[in-house]
Design a protein around this ligand. Structure first.
Ligand SMILES: Cc1cc2nc3c(=O)[nH]c(=O)nc-3n(C[C@H](O)[C@H](O)[C@H](O)COP(=O)(O)OP(=O)(O)OC[C@H]3O[C@@H](n4cnc5c(N)ncnc54)[C@H](O)[C@@H]3O)c2cc1C
Length: 416
C-alpha cells in the first residue's frame, strides 16, 4: 500500500491485488467477539519516519491522528522504570538513565559506557556478531540485559539475543535511543491497524483513479515482451509489477521465472520466528497503571491496556515475540497462564473471554550475515517489496514501508 500511495500521488495509475478481504497483511484488523483486534499488537517508534510520514499523508487533516505519541517510557515489572526527559538529545536519554529506577549506579555507568562506545564506532560491530555476544563483550550487567537490552532486542528484531544480528540491533539503537529527541518516542496506535494506514491509503489510491481489489489472489504472473500478464479473476496486462507478498509466498508467484533464481535462493535460506498475541477481555472497570508495561521472568513480554489506548475498556493485549516454551502450550493453556501472571501482578478478576492469535511465521529470524534480496530484479519492470528486502532494519512496518516507497520511486523515475 505504501508503493501504491507513492505512485498514486505521482498520478501513476495503479492496481492493487489483495488476496484477503481486509487490507493490512500481517498488520491487519481481526474481529473477535464483536471487538476490533489486530492480527498482532504493533508499536512504532519515532525513528520510523517513513511510516509516520505515510500515515500522515493518507489521513485527512480532519481525522484524529490515532497514534498516541509518548516520550519513551519503559516500565518493566517488577522494578525497572525509565523515561526520557524533555531535554535536547542526547541529554534526554542520559537523564533517563540517570534517574532510572531498578538499576544501581555501576549498572547505569555500564549502560552509558556501552552507548558511548557504540557511538564512537558509529554503531558498527564485527560482521557475524550476535546481540548476546556484543553485550557480553561490553560487560553489560545481567539486570540491564534483562530489563532493557533483551526486551528491546526481542521486540525490535523478533529474534532471541543469542541468535539476533548485533549490527541490525545497533542500527535500531543508533536511530532510536541515539537519534534526535523524538526518535525514541513510542507511537501507540489508537485504532486497529487496517484503519490506521491501509484503508485510508486505499481511499487515496481510488481517489486518484487507481484500483484496490480485495479478495483477488494473483495466481499467475507472466513476463511478456511488453509488460506482464497478471491473472487473478481474469488476465490483464501491466507495464510494471511490484510483488509485495511475505517472503514465504514469493516462490508461489515468481518461482517459475529463471532469472529470479538468485533472489529465491536467498529467501529459501530464511528461518522464521513466531509472534503470539493474547487478548483478554476483563470486566470493564479494569485498567493497568500504564498503557504499555513489560514483565521480566514472565511469559508476558509486554501488555497493552487497550482501554486507555483504543477505547476498549477492560481489554488487555499481550505480546510474546520470538520462539520459546510458550509454543508447546495449547491456546487455552497459554491464555490461562497469561491471565494468571497478569492477575498476580495487577490483581485482575477472571476474564470474560480470551483470544490467542499465533503467527507462526511472523517475521524472518534476524540472524547475523543474513542476505536479503534487493528491490530491483534482473527482470526489468519487476520489483520486490516487503519487510524482507534489503534494509538496515529488521522485519518491521518501517522496513516494509520504505521498501514499497523505494519500488514506487524506481518505477516513477523509469529505473525499474
Ligand atoms: C504478530 C505480529 C506483530 C508484529 N509487531 C510489529 C511491531 O510491533 N512493529 C513493527 O514495526 N512490525 C511488527 N510486525 C511486523 C510487520 O507486521 C511486518 O513487518 C509488515 O506487516 C510486513 O508487511 P509486508 O507488506 O512486507 O508483508 P505482509 O504484511 O505479509 O503483506 C503481504 C500481503 O500480500 C497478500 N498476498 C499474499 N499472496 C498474495 C497473492 N497471491 N495475491 C494477492 N495478494 C497476496 C497478503 O494477503 C498480504 O496482505 C509484526 C508482525 C506480526 C505478525
Amino acid at each position: 500500500m505504501a508503493a501504491a500511495v507513492e505512485l498514486a500521488t505521482k498520478n501513476v495509475p495503479v492496481t492493487v491485488f489483495e488476496a484477503a478481504q481486509t487490507l493490512g497483511g500481517r498488520a491487519r484488523r481481526v474481529v473477535s467477539h464483536g471487538a476490533k483486534l489486530d492480527n498482532g499488537l504493533h508499536i512504532l517508534i519515532g525513528a520510523y519516519s517513513e511510516t509516520s510520514r505515510m500515515i500522515r499523508h493518507v489521513r485527512s487533516a480532519d481525522q484524529p491522528q490515532d497514534l498516541l505519541r509518548l516520550p519513551l517510557q519503559l516500565q518493566v515489572e517488577p522494578s525497572f522504570r525509565m523515561r526520557t526527559w524533555p531535554l535536547p538529545a542526547p541529554l534526554h536519554v542520559g537523564a533517563a538513565l540517570l534517574f532510572a529506577s531498578g538499576l544501581n549506579w555501576p549498572e547505569k555507568m555500564a549502560t552509558a559506557r556501552f552507548m558511548r562506545n557504540m557511538g564512537s564506532r558509529n554503531f558498527r560491530c564485527e560482521a557475524g556478531t550476535t546481540v548476546a555476544t556484543l553485550l557480553r563483550e561490553h560487560r553489560q550487567p545481567q539486570s540491564i540485559i534483562e530489563y532493557l537490552w533483551y526486551p528491546l532486542c526481542v521486540s525490535a528484531l523478533n529474534t532471541n539475543p543469542e541468535q539476533a544480528d548485533a549490527q541490525v540491533f545497533l542500527n535500531v539503537l543508533r536511530d532510536s535511543l541515539a537519534g534526535p529527541r523524538g526518535s525514541s518516542d513510542l507511537l501507540l496506535p489508537q485504532v486497529d491497524f487496517s484503519a490506521l494506514f491501509p484503508e485510508p491509503a486505499a481511499e487515496l489510491v481510488r481517489g486518484r483513479g487507481g484500483q484496490v481489489r480485495l479478495g483477488e489472489t494473483v495466481t499467475s504472473l507472466q513476463a511478456r515482451d511488453k509488460g506482464f500478464d497478471i491473472t487473478a479473476t481474469s488476465t490483464e496486462r501491466f507495464s510494471d509489477v511490484i510483488v509485495a507478498v511475505a517472503p514465504h509466498r514469493l516462490a508461489h508467484i515468481v518461482g517459475h521465472i529463471p532469472q529470479l533464481a538468485p533472489q529465491l535462493d536467498l529467501v529459501r535460506q530464511f528461518e522464521y520466528q513466531p509472534i503470539y498475541s493474547v487478548f483478554l477481555q476483563y470486566p470493564q472497570p479494569v485498567t493497568l497503571p500504564a498503557p504499555m508495561i513489560g514483565m521480566r521472568d514472565s511469559l508476558v513480554q509486554w501488555v497493552f491496556d487497550r482501554g486507555t489506548l483504543c477505547g476498549q475498556p477492560g481489554m488487555m493485549g499481550v505480546v510474546i515475540s520470538a520462539s520459546g516454551p510458550h509454543q508447546s502450550l495449547t491456546r487455552d493453556d497459554l491464555a490461562d497462564q497469561v491471565h494468571r501472571q497478569l492477575a498476580e501482578r495487577f490483581s485482575l478478576p477472571e476474564p470474560e473471554w480470551t483470544q490467542v492469535i499465533a503467527e507462526k511465521r511472523a517475521t524472518f529470524a534476524c540472524s547475523p550475515d543474513l542476505r536479503r534480496p534487493a528491490n530491483v530484479t534482473p527482470v526489468a519492470g519487476l520489483l520486490l517489496a516487503g519487510d524482507y528486502t534489503e534494509s538496515p532494519y529488521p522485519a518491521t512496518l518501517e522496513a516494509a514501508v520504505r521498501s514499497g516507497s523505494q519500488c514506487a520511486r524506481l518505477i516513477a523515475e523509469g529505473c525499474a
